[in-house]
Design a protein around this ligand. Structure first.
Ligand code: ADP
Ligand code: MG
Ligand code: MG
Length: 888
């Protein structure tokens, strides 16, 4: 915000869509709709600045805020010709609305202005006493819950018991007298709970309601949601105060929610739900399971037609799929909210692609409609279509994908077990926004109640969680912790499978199959490839992985590790022989045995990648991984001594123990790793170089083409190390080529994964054809933490307490480790202009890290094969500017 004092109050007619920072998404879009001439109830907005200033002052309202609210209220009273608390009563909704939409996470109060003094006037004006008393009881419940903190189930219980006594199922079947009785009961409930009367003056209620909405910014569920969605904690919420319109005025009134396209699949079709004679919360809170929108055409034809036209207009105006709330009051349509709809990754891709085809968006705009992180959803396994099993029940397909896990009935348990890495499915009668922490940690969500537009469904889709909602054949007994479907009973811990794409639920774990890249994804990736500057390679160690990576669009291999080529059970004896060899000859003999095995591996990889570059990293072993542990070997020697077994065996065990002791390192991760081992035993890199060259030549011979060979020396700290290793490699390569009478271009570079290497990158560059930043080890060595120890320990606490913004192994530590990369890149290129620079840590597949690598001007990233599509897309977004979109 600029230096001028923030304005706290805005009439709806003053706002527009580009004011969401100050008005919140909801307020800005309401104002925009009003500007477009769409019917929206009149009102005003208390700005986010007022909320932020109140939070900063520890909950104290800034001077003048209440006076401003009253002035705005007076203007609204003048415009509507009604008075808050008067005999021509103005009724208000008081609605939260943040900059980034957080569906259902914060609070809203409806029907404010009804009191003992105004309820009769309202009944008389509407000529509908039932409606007036229905609104009154709703108000008492919402106000008591949201503003005064009365547990909401206390009201629900009274409602349920009244319905039971009257022998009715639906709220709408209660009579005016019943509702009057309920109003009295609700007042009793509040009085009993609070030990005092609720305030009855609507002005006082308004002040407290606004304050409650401010406070709802900081509820635990809102915090959890923000954390999960990377929304800053200091933005605050705006508060929208609007005239009420009533969907509960009888059979020609209704309320509903709709999307301009299907948010699960992206299909261009009508998607929505409505309820006759109801208020908005009834639909989104999943209290009653609503009817599909298409049925509204019969019930309320005029309003329906107008709604469908408005949906088209809004989508065209915002150039994006809209999520819309509406109410019909006695046949007249009102819009109550529009926002860019939350959608699954599959839907995001389809909508983006379709909108380009429809001529609404350019390709570049379309790329910006998809969040790179979200694409992850598409790369998860799905249920095998050929499973042939019969579902135990079916609900609504509220959010697609497969979830296999143990049944749990409580969000806290789901959160705890999910965090511990267990696969659980959260099963609830309905989920409320308070279950958010459990939803995040569960594999999927199954509810007995609620529709496709319920909060549970919206939140699940936004997170890419599979969700089956409204499976009304299931019975949940929370105290016994059982789920019954017909005569089958599932206990907590039994495994079920959800298919969120069909709504089917299976009473067993189903087989999952690897993900497929569909046409939409492929088309959008094609556009991304035109835009991006960074190359994308894959980390792959086998021919199979290399082939997969190529299929997913990798332009080569950025990291081919060779350790596993030594680890395979049939190779380990030869490798031990090599390590334990007393002299060079013995070692050379052992290496001779390993060479053909390595060559075979390289041939498979080079074949899969022919025509593309492959960076092979020479052996980088913590030595101990090849040897038995010190403890095990000592125990073996002891046991053989005690049992007095075969003397030869005991001798061999003792020799090995001696070697293990000699090679034992206190801190192997900082010990004889990387090129340090190769410096001691140059025969090893020489053998590997030979195997690489022979493989490349063999593949060229067989396939007519081979891969571009790049040999990478690991864990270099000193320029002299690289200089020496380069010589070893080049000599071996030259010898091989000479004896084969062939030519082959081989480049030699190094992995930059130590702070020292970054700082002296200019010296190292003298001997390197390329650098590849190993950002995993660079994070360990740069921050001085061991990943295995940190992630299970203090690191999660650091993230939870916001000491650091995120896990630096998942998303690069921009300032620190990113700073080291920057130094390395700049110094390397200063010494050798045009030096090729890549990244081969897991960060190479993380969109936020890719944005940094783009800024630093690196040449390529390399990541695991399955992240290649995400990296391709993220690299394009990095070029276009990866701003998070405010969708409020
Ligand atoms: P949320 O962000 O949880 O969706 P909202 O502020 O949108 O909360 O409001 C909750 C429900 O109340 C919605 O269904 C909305 O349409 C309804 N509602 C809000 N304001 C009004 C109003 N002025 N008249 C009628 N219904 C309203
Ligand atoms: Mg809403
Ligand atoms: Mg390393």
């Amino acid at each position: 915000m600029t230096g001028e004092a923030a304005k706290y109050l805005y009439d709806m007619s003053e706002g527009s869509a580009d004011m969401r920072t100050i008005l919140g998404g909801k307020g800005a879009n309401l104002a925009e709709m009003k500007r477009l001439g769409i019917p929206v109830p009149d009102g005003f907005t208390v700005s986010t600045a007022a909320c932020v200033d109140t939070m900063r002052a520890g909950g104290e309202w800034p001077d003048g805020l209440w006076e401003d609210v009253q002035t705005s209220l007076e203007r609204l009273e003048e415009r509507t010709g009604r008075t808050l608390g008067g005999q021509n009563p103005l009724l208000l909704s008081v609605r939260s609305g943040a900059v980034f939409s957080m569906p259902g996470m914060m609070d809203t109060i409806l029907n404010l202005g009804i009191s003992d003094d105004t309820v009769e006037a309202l009944a008389a004006q509407a000529e509908n006493p039932r409606f007036a008393w229905d609104s009154y009881r709703r108000f008492l419940q919402m106000y008591g819950d949201v503003v005064e903190g009365v547990p909401p189930h206390l009201y629900e219980d009274e409602l349920t018991s009244l319905k039971a006594r009257r022998g009715v199922e639906q709220d709408t079947e209660l009579s005016t007298e019943d509702l009057q009785e309920l109003v009295a009961t609700f007042k009793d409930v509040s009085r009993r709970e609070l030990g005092r009367e609720l305030p009855t003056d609507p002005h006082e209620q308004l002040r407290r309601a606004i304050d409650a909405v401010f406070r709802s910014w900081d509820t635990p569920r809102a915090r959890v949601y923000r954390k999960a969605n990377d929304i800053p904690d200091d933005l605050g919420t705006a508060v929208n105060v609007m005239q009420m319109v009533f969907g509960n005025r009888g059979e020609t009134s209704a309320t509903g929610v709709c999307f301009t396209r299907n948010p699960s699949t992206g299909e261009h079709e009508l998607y929505g739900e409505f309820l006759v004679n109801a208020q908005g919360e009834d639909v989104v809170a999943g209290i009653r399971t609503p009817r599909p929108l298409t049925e509204m055409e019969q019930v309320l034809p005029q309003a329906y037609e107008q709604l469908v036209q408005t949906m088209r207009d809004l989508e065209a105006h915002y150039k994006d799929m809209q999520d819309i709330e509406f109410t019909v009051e006695e046949g007249t349509l009102y819009l109550l909210q529009t926002r860019n709809g939350k959608r699954t990754a599959a839907a995001a891709l389809k909508v983006a692609r379709d909108m380009v085809e429809e001529g609404v968006l350019t390709r570049e705009e379309a790329l910006q409609r998809v969040e790179p992180g979200q694409l992850d959803q598409l790369l998860h396994p799905a249920i095998d279509a050929e499973h042939g099993r019969t579902p135990v029940t079916k609900g609504l397909p509220a959010s697609p994908g497969a979830a296999v896990g143990e049944v749990v009935f409580d969000a806290d348990i789901a959160a705890r077990r999910g965090e511990a890495g267990e696969a659980v499915v959260l099963v609830r009668y309905e989920t409320t926004p308070d279950d958010i922490h459990g939803v995040i940690q569960a594999q999927g969500v199954l509810t007995a109640h609620g529709g496709m537009t319920s909060h549970a469904a919206v939140v699940a889709r936004g997170m890419g969680k599979p969700c089956v909602a409204g499976a009304n054949a299931i019975r949940i007994n929370t105290s016994e912790r059982t789920l019954s479907i017909g005569d089958r009973v599932f206990h907590e811990g039994d495994v079920i499978t959800l298919d969120g794409s069909t709504g089917h639920v299976y009473g067993e774990a189903l087989e999952l199959v690897p993900p497929q890249i569909n046409e939409d994804f492929a088309a959008i990736l094609g556009w991304a490839d035109e835009v991006r500057r960074l190359g994308v390679r894959a980390n792959a160690d086998t021919g199979e992985d290399a082939a997969k990576a190529r299929e997913l669009g990798a332009a080569g291999i950025g990291l081919c590790r060779t350790e596993h080529m030594f680890m395979a059970a049939d190779r380990l004896p030869a490798v031990r022989e090599m390590i334990l060899a007393d002299d060079e000859d013995a070692r050379a003999q052992a290496l001779e045995k390993i060479l053909p095995m390595q060559q075979e591996d390289f041939e498979a990889i080079f074949t899969a990648m022919k025509g593309l570059p492959v960076t092979v990293r020479l052996l980088d072993p913590p030595l101990h991984e090849f040897l038995p542990s010190l403890v095990d070997q000592s125990l073996l020697v002891q046991r053989l001594e005690l049992t007095g077994g075969d003397a030869g065996e005991l001798d061999r065990a003792k020799v090995l123990l001696g070697q293990v002791k000699r090679l034992h390192e206190l801190n192997p991760m900082l010990g004889t790793r990387g090129c340090r081992l190769a410096m001691l035993y140059p025969e090893i890199p020489a053998m590997q170089a030979r195997a690489i060259v022979r493989a490349a030549l063999a593949v060229r011979e067989r396939e007519g083409e081979t891969a571009g060979v790049e040999i990478m020396i690991p864990l270099v700290a000193y320029a002299a190390e690289l200089q020496s290793q380069r010589r070893v490699v080049e000599e071996a390569v030259a010898e091989e080529l000479e004896s084969a009478g062939a030519e082959l271009e081989v480049s030699v570079g190094t992995m930059i994964e130590l702070p020292r290497a970054c700082v002296v990158a200019d010296q190292i560059a003298e001997h390197a054809d390329f650098f590849s930043f190993g950002t995993n080890d660079l994070t360990q060595t740069g921050i001085g933490i061991s990943r295995d120890d940190a992630e299970g320990g203090f690191l999660s606490a650091y993230v939870a307490e916001e000491v650091i913004p995120s896990n630096p192994f998942e998303s690069i530590d921009r300032d620190g480790v990113g700073g080291l990369v920057q130094i390395g890149a700049e110094k390397g290129r200063a010494a050798k202009p045009g030096l090729k620079l890549g990244v081969c840590g897991e960060h190479g597949g993380d969109p936020a890290s890719i944005a940094l690598f783009e800024e630093l001007g690196l040449d390529y990233v390399s990541c695991s094969p399955f992240r290649v599509p995400i990296a391709r897309f993220a690299a394009a977004r990095a070029v276009l500017g990866g701003q998070k979109r405010a969708d409020g």
